[in-house]
Design a protein. Structure first.
Length: 300
């Protein structure tokens, strides 16, 4: 009877001690995590990595430390390590999942899908994994419009235009001022031969964000495909004024001027393209620019 009473008395004490130890571990882990964040802000990446890993070792359930480690890995483009860190962040939460973590996981998994030397089969596997992560992020937080956009890009690369269309439009519906999905949707319609639809989409983009060079460039391409060359020139020109360093716009502008046999303007735009692009441009584009400049020399 006395032994039973002793056990009843000591059990709450042991439980309380365990709770205190857990609380202290969490405090120590957070302290070490904060030190890691400070190292990160000072660009001491090795110090940040060491501190964050120690924080996780002290308290494996510190999901914020896992997530911070994932962010650090992303900065260093260590995509596989980042993927593992974000997965650990999600696993350590168990309940009360955060949509942001699934979104970040989708981003790094997408990077792995586009890795150098990746086979088509591996690309498809990682792309579908990324889509699943973005989809889960949206279930947890429907306001993550960039998740829809990222899904759209992956669906397009997987040759699933209908799903891509739906994803891009879902992003636009949530945030009409975010123009990347408008540009991507317009470009996809151009690729599939529906430049008239692309023109309508990209015109909406110019109204949503008139200072986005990508929207004006895309609109120029749609207009040029519809043989509205002067209007295309106007759109390309606006793009160059917004972003003078976007080399490929000068190529499109030069070729449009060449269609109208405007020698000086075509030559100037194409020479600007060659100067800005340098050796980074595709060889066939460089050849086309040089050939057109030579052809323009015969124009009176």
């Amino acid at each position: 009877m006395r032994r039973t009473l002793f056990a009843l008395l000591i059990a709450p004490t042991l439980s309380l001690t365990a709770c205190n130890l857990e609380s202290q571990a969490r405090v120590d882990s957070i302290h070490r995590m904060n030190e890691g964040v400070k190292h990160y802000k000072k660009n001491n990446l090795s110090g940040a990595e060491q501190a964050l890993k120690e924080a996780i070792k002290i308290d494996p359930t510190n999901h914020k430390a896992h997530e911070a480690l994932g962010t650090l890995m992303r900065k260093q483009e260590r995509w596989a390590d980042a993927e593992a860190a974000y997965k650990s962040a999600i696993e350590s939460m168990a309940e009360d999942q955060v949509g942001k973590y699934h979104y970040e996981l989708g981003l790094v998994t997408s990077k792995l899908a586009h890795g150098e030397g990746v086979t088509r089969a591996t690309f498809e596997q990682k792309a579908n994994e990324a889509i699943a992560s973005f989809d889960q992020a949206l279930k947890l937080d429907p306001t993550l419009y960039k998740a829809h956009y990222q899904m759209g890009r992956l669906y397009e690369e997987l040759d699933q235009p209908e799903q891509a269309d739906q994803a891009y439009r879902a992003s636009i519906d949530i945030n009409g001022g975010y123009t990347p999905p408008l540009v991507s949707l317009g470009s996809m319609y151009i690729d599939y031969g529906f430049s008239n639809v692309a023109m309508a989409v990209l015109e909406a983009g110019t109204k949503a964000n008139p200072t986005d060079a990508g929207v004006w460039k895309g609109l120029g391409e749609a207009l040029q495909n519809l043989n509205k060359t002067q209007e295309a020139i106007d759109a390309y020109t606006k793009a160059t004024k917004i972003d003078p360093d976007q080399a490929d716009v000068y190529f499109s502008l030069g070729m449009a001027y060449a269609e109208l046999r405007q020698k000086a303007e075509a030559t100037e735009a194409l020479e600007t393209f060659l100067k800005k692009a340098g050796s980074s441009a595709p060889p066939h584009t460089i050849k086309a620019a040089n050939d057109t400049i030579a052809r323009m020399s015969d124009v009176i």
